[in-house]
Design a protein around this ligand. Structure first.
Ligand SMILES: Cc1cc2nc3c(=O)[nH]c(=O)nc-3n(C[C@H](O)[C@H](O)[C@H](O)COP(=O)(O)OP(=O)(O)OC[C@H]3O[C@@H](n4cnc5c(N)ncnc54)[C@H](O)[C@@H]3O)c2cc1C
Length: 332
């Protein structure tokens, strides 16, 4: 049986919130071996927004370690060495599959057991997949989603293989807009498809959206509104060849990128922590309903003063600041 490891503080998840929490822990004072970060990713915490920006610009690619946290806020880049020097154990490529909050124990996919005194849950979000809605053919090759570095690597490879090909982007949110622009810059022929009357409908007014849609159209991006991808057909290699739209039209595609939203990853904590609005409910200090368990970043539903209501926020700045706030409280 794998050896059991014990830490004063454990952060489960190794994304933006985890990286900024680590920096705050080190600022507040940390003894070697007190803190561990457990992440299923193979690389230290990085600035996730770079994945839909510099990382997929093939001409002028941003690469790691260029966007390790805390580069995005003008801070020092935290190389693996930084974690070592600060006495922080970075446990990568390790997925936690079970959390027993009453016993203060986490178990990894390979059966390794981790004990903690204080837990910071920072598991972020996972993308919503078209197969979740039973869209026919949604498992075809060359249909991509973007959340983690591995997803971005697969997309970059496909963009290179399908150079000058046709790309269909499903979704008119910021991921759809950013990826459409990146694909166009990389010389693919791009069509965006979304059901709403304009892009970024939750944030943009019709007027603002019309400016962006005009700008995109001028760059040669084709926009199809008011319908959704209802199915995909494939070629003999099992690669996507066509997107079938609900309104009966079809679009040829060598690559499809789907950006239709994300959901907080809270399954580990189900039934153990109070939830609200799809996330783990916290107070203003990011404390959950379970003593010594904090939730930070995308998964936290916290009291937001500005709107005087409980909100969950999927923004990088919130991930950074909620992490810092929670760490300050744990160190009090
Ligand atoms: C492509 C892309 C572009 C974005 N661009 C912007 C932007 O321009 N501006 C903006 O404000 N926001 C942007 N965001 C959103 C922003 O990146 C997130 O809000 C932020 O990363 C949330 O931080 P987090 O630490 O909560 O989650 P994440 O950064 O997603 O980190 C979660 C980590 O937990 C790990 N994990 C999950 N479950 C487990 C488990 N069971 N065991 C171990 N590890 C686990 C994941 O692998 C991941 O490493 C973007 C997001 C994406 C995907």
């Amino acid at each position: 049986m794998a050896e059991e490891k014990s830490f004063k503080y454990v952060i489960v998840g190794g994304g933006v919130a985890a990286g900024y929490a680590a920096r705050e822990f080190s600022k507040q004072g940390l003894k070697p071996g007190e803190l561990a970060i457990i992440s299923r990713e193979q690389v230290p915490p990085y600035e996730r927004p770079a994945l839909s920006k510099g990382y997929i610009n093939l001409e002028n690619k941003a690469t790691l370690p260029g966007f390790y946290v805390c580069a995005g806020s003008g801070g020092e880049k935290q190389f693996p060495q930084w974690y070592k020097e600060n006495g922080i154990e970075l446990i990568l490529d390790t997925e936690i599959v079970k959390a027993d909050l009453a016993a203060k124990t986490l178990v990894s996919g390979t059966g390794q057991v981790f004990k903690y005194q204080t837990l910071l849950a920072a598991t972020g979000s996972s993308v919503t997949r078209l197969s979740d809605f039973g869209v026919q053919g949604a498992d075809a090759k060359n249909i991509f989603y973007l959340r983690e570095l591995d997803d971005a690597d697969e997309l970059v490879t496909a963009m290179d293989v399908k150079k000058n090909g046709k790309a269909v982007v499903v979704g008119g949110g910021y991921i759809g807009l950013e990826l459409s622009s990146a694909l166009k810059v990389n010389n693919l022929e791009v069509t965006m498809v979304y059901p709403e009357p304009w892009c970024m409908p939750r944030l943009f007014t019709a007027g603002i959206a019309s400016f962006y849609e005009g700008y995109y159209a001028n760059k040669g991006i084709n926009i199809v509104k008011g319908t959704v991808a209802a199915g995909f057909s494939t070629n003999s290699n099992g690669e996507v060849a066509e997107v079938k739209l609900k309104d009966g039209r079809t679009l040829k595609a060598d690559i499809v990128i789907v950006g239709v939203g994300a959901r907080p990853i809270i399954s580990l904590f189900k039934g153990q922590v109070e939830e609200e609005k799809g996330g783990l409910k916290t107070d203003a200090f990011f404390k959950t309903s379970v003593p010594d368990v904090y939730a930070i970043g995308d998964i936290a539903t916290f009291p937001m003063k500005l709107y005087n209501e409980m909100r969950r926020v999927e923004h990088v700045d919130h991930a950074r600041k909620s992490a810092e706030q929670a760490v300050k409280v744990t160190k009090r």
